[in-house]
Design a protein around this ligand. Structure first.
Ligand SMILES: Cc1cc2nc3c(=O)[nH]c(=O)nc-3n(C[C@H](O)[C@H](O)[C@H](O)COP(=O)(O)O)c2cc1C
Length: 280
């Protein structure tokens, strides 16, 4: 019992442009540490570019709750290089993907495999639902109270597995690794042809007060600090600048983007529920 949960360091390790992944990842870390009788846990937020310049290395004594949002049904591809530099060193990982009530497709499988390759012992995987980045009505205000309660239930399950069945850490031995994922999900235009959103950039309206919040929250560091209406780098459509602008000055007006947002809202109204996976 030398690696009982009570002696282990717990971290929430996440990317979260609009804050939904942050909520669930932190909740799980908090509940796991509370359940283990600890009153401290660590936050490692790698949303901003500066945080992704560091190298993160864990140990066998760590329990790391790793959260990423789903982008086009996959782990955000802009994070792949960074995620591959993380050293798991047999730390226990809880893999969390956060999606906007459409589908997480192969994102959880992909995150599980990445963590596995990093040298983590992936204990379980969870898929949660957060308000869709593109919308303020799709999965509005999620994760909500019900989701937070589910996260607490999942944390209790995780504690039980770690405390009572330590051998479950060997779960990877039984996993068939097949690193084949469906292609990135592609929205369609009016004619049904796939559209590429990569070149679309947010506009800045007249209400902009030049408060710089958008430049400070852009996870790609792409919004020019001196002229916030211009971009110096790529836009991943995470919508942090849109959702965090206090005067709603940022917006997308691309016809296909707006059409896709409306379709997503119309086609995914039914509430999806969080899921928990022990072996994939
Ligand atoms: C470019 C982009 C693509 C997305 N693709 C999907 C998707 O394929 N399926 C889905 O359900 N949600 C998708 N979402 C929604 C996010 O996964 C969801 O809103 C998540 O809660 C955002 O996490 P965050 O608040 O931590 O940024 C996408 C969001 C963005 C920005």
């Amino acid at each position: 019992m030398e690696r009982e949960i009570i002696n282990r360091k717990i971290s929430a390790f996440y990317f979260s442009a609009t804050g939904t992944t942050k909520k669930i990842t932190e909740k799980l870390a908090l509940e796991i540490s509370a359940g283990a009788g600890q009153n401290s846990w660590e936050i490692i937020d790698f949303t901003l570019p500066e945080a992704r310049k560091k190298q993160y290395s864990f140990t066998e004594d760590d329990i790391v709750v790793v959260g990423v949002p789903v982008i086009a049904g996959r782990v955000p591809n802009v994070l792949l290089k960074f995620l591959n530099t993380v050293k798991g060193n047999k730390a226990t990982a809880v893999a969390i993907v956060m999606y906007g009530n459409r589908n997480y497709d192969d994102a959880l499988k992909e995150l599980w495999d990445i963590l596995d390759e990093d040298g983590f012992n992936v204990l379980c995987g969870c898929a949660f639902i957060g308000e869709h980045s593109f919308s303020d009505t799709l999965a509005m205000n999620r994760p909500d109270e019900e989701d937070m309660n589910t996260a607490a239930d999942f944390a209790a399950k995780i504690i039980k597995i770690i405390n009572e069945e330590p051998k479950i850490n060997a779960v990877n031995e039984y996993k068939v690794i097949e690193k084949v994922y469906r292609d990135y999900y592609k929205p369609k235009d009016r004619e049904g042809n796939p559209v590429d959103f990569r070149k679309i950039t947010p506009k800045t309206g007249d209400s902009c007060t030049d408060c710089k919040i958008c430049a400070e929250v852009c996870p790609m560091g792409s919004i020019d600090y001196d002229n916030v209406s211009t971009l110096n780098g790529i836009c991943i459509k995470c919508c942090a600048c849109i959702k965090k602008c206090p005067v709603h000055a940022k917006y997308f007006d691309d016809e296909n983007f707006v059409k896709h947002k409306i379709e997503l809202e119309e086609e995914n109204e039914a509430r999806k529920l969080p899921e928990f996976f022990l072996i994939m």
